[in-house]
Design a protein around this ligand. Structure first.
Ligand code: FDM
Length: 211
């Protein structure tokens, strides 16, 4: 008898919209229910590629926009086979940022949308994208530690947000938008309700690829 596969749940949104707290809450909820789950976060900064990305984000190193874009994608590719294997063996992955961040941040810098999407084609397609959208970006910018890394500037974040909104509209069959400015508790409850529905469907669906 074949094991039913785990799901791939991606969280996307601008910096400081609460993705990290919400991914943790969801992880705790699933594991408490006895669902085998793992949390991952891109960029995954511990690999050799991840360390270059970290140096870039903390302004210790400069790289051409195209080069850092390809490194973010390579960072996903270096982990994807391991993720696929574990998913097929039944683990659900909760992923903090994915290929949509890859495209959104680079398009906001002026790179071409199709060019940006192309290196990620063939990666696992998420079963659901949980999009945390701030109704007030000033409220988000006032959250602690904002501005520490390269991209944490309000003007730039607004451009990134436009690209996320476009994805959300175009990929509406599996993107779910939530108001990031509500209480952590409410937000978690809303996300949990959607994820419960998604988890009912995924075991019977085969894994798809990003196109
Ligand atoms: N980021 C993240 C990108 O520009 N491209 C990508 O492919 C990914 C995954 O890296 F500003 C940006 C988004 C963010 C920064 O992300 C670091 P975290 O979530 O703060 O670590």
């Amino acid at each position: 008898m074949s094991l039913s596969r785990g799901a791939f749940i991606v969280f996307e949104g601008l910096d400081r919209t609460g993705k990290t707290s919400q991914t943790r809450r969801l992880y705790n909820r699933l594991t408490e229910k006895g669902i085998k789950a793992k949390l991952i976060h891109f960029p995954e900064r511990s690999s050799a590629i991840g360390q270059v990305i970290n140096a870039y984000l903390t302004n210790a190193q400069d790289l051409p926009d195209e080069v850092i874009h390809l490194m973010f994608s390579a960072n996903r590719w270096e982990h994807i086979n391991g993720i696929r294997q574990e998913m097929l063996a039944g683990t659900t992955f909760i992923c903090d940022r994915y290929a949509y961040s890859g495209a959104a941040y680079s398009v906001a810098k002026g790179l071409h949308f199709d060019w940006c999407c192309s290196p990620d084609r063939g990666l696992i397609k998420p079963d659901a994208v949980i999009y945390l959208k701030a109704s007030s970006d000033e409220a988000i910018a006032s959250r602690g530690n904002y501005g520490g890394e390269r991209y944490e500037k309000l003007e730039f974040q607004r451009k990134v947000g436009v690209v996320f909104d476009q994805f959300c509209e175009k990929e509406s069959s599996y993107w779910h938008q939530f108001d990031a400015c509500q209480s952590e508790e409410n937000l978690h409850a809303e996300i949990a309700a959607i994820v419960d529905e998604v988890l009912k469907e995924t075991p019977s669906q085969s894994l798809a690829k990003l196109t």
